[in-house]
Ligand binder design. Structure first.
Ligand code: MN
Length: 228
């Protein structure tokens, strides 16, 4: 069987020390998962986690990449995040075995048209055009858990043009990775190839054309993205 139009390449991201890549099926993102960022976005703490998605082809793979300044915004925000790569699917995954479903970890940017997200939120409309636009999901090299284990603490920072703008520790997540996998897999069946962007610390802000964004997480890696 063929297709009546041309197909397209499966989105994928690089894997450390491997010529093979991690194919991307879905991109789940957790909202407001660090206390200080939740407060800066005006929400209560320890509400149940909530999720949104980006299209898989919004991923921008690689550790040193460029993204375009997107259309229809004047408030283009960075959010530096730990990314979890799911290697084995499942539904109703218990917290205690959640790590068994993780292939590895990487660094990501949940790029956001904050003005469009805010307008949608105020009207009770979907966030998709604020969050799920083209090239909104840079993701660096995935490091297998078989090499680094399952990091549950470690500094995360983000710099713009060399100046620190976000800093935190991944242990500050309101819902940690196993809790998030348990909750999300109760809503939808996770599959291998899914990425989960686990939320961002406080200090989100805008970038403009020419800015260079760098993200670091201890023990996971570094990501550099230049806004064209
Ligand atoms: Mn985010």
């Amino acid at each position: 069987m063929g297709y009546v139009i041309d197909g397209w390449e499966l989105p994928s991201v690089p894997v450390a020390d491997s010529a093979d890549r991690f194919p991307v099926r879905r991109i789940y993102c957790i909202g407001r998962n660090y206390a200080a960022h939740a407060l800066e976005m005006g929400s209560d703490l320890r509400e149940p986690p909530f999720f949104f998605l980006k299209p898989s082809d919004a991923v921008v793979p690689g550790d040193d990449t460029t993204i375009p300044y997107p259309p229809k915004t004047s408030d283009f925000h960075y959010e530096g995040e730990l990314v979890v790569a799911i290697g084995k699917g499942g539904k109703d995954i218990p917290e205690t075995s959640a790590n068994d479903h993780i292939f590895g970890y990487g660094l990501g940017l949940d790029m956001t048209r904050r003005d469009l997200q805010g307008a949608a939120r105020d009207k009770g409309r979907p966030w998709d055009m604020g969050k799920g636009f083209d090239k909104s999901a840079p993701c660096g090299t995935i490091v297998p858990a078989s090499k680094i284990g399952h990091p549950d603490k470690g500094t995360i920072w983000l710099k713009v043009n060399g100046k620190e703008r976000q800093t935190g520790d991944i242990s500050d997540m309101i819902w940690n990775v196993p809790e998030s996998i348990a909750y999300l897999s109760g809503l939808v069946e996770l599959q291998s190839g899914d990425l989960i962007y686990t939320g961002t610390p406080e200090g989100v802000g805008a970038v403009v054309s020419g800015d260079v964004i760098e993200v670091h997480i201890d023990g996971v890696g570094d990501l550099k993205v230049t806004v064209e």
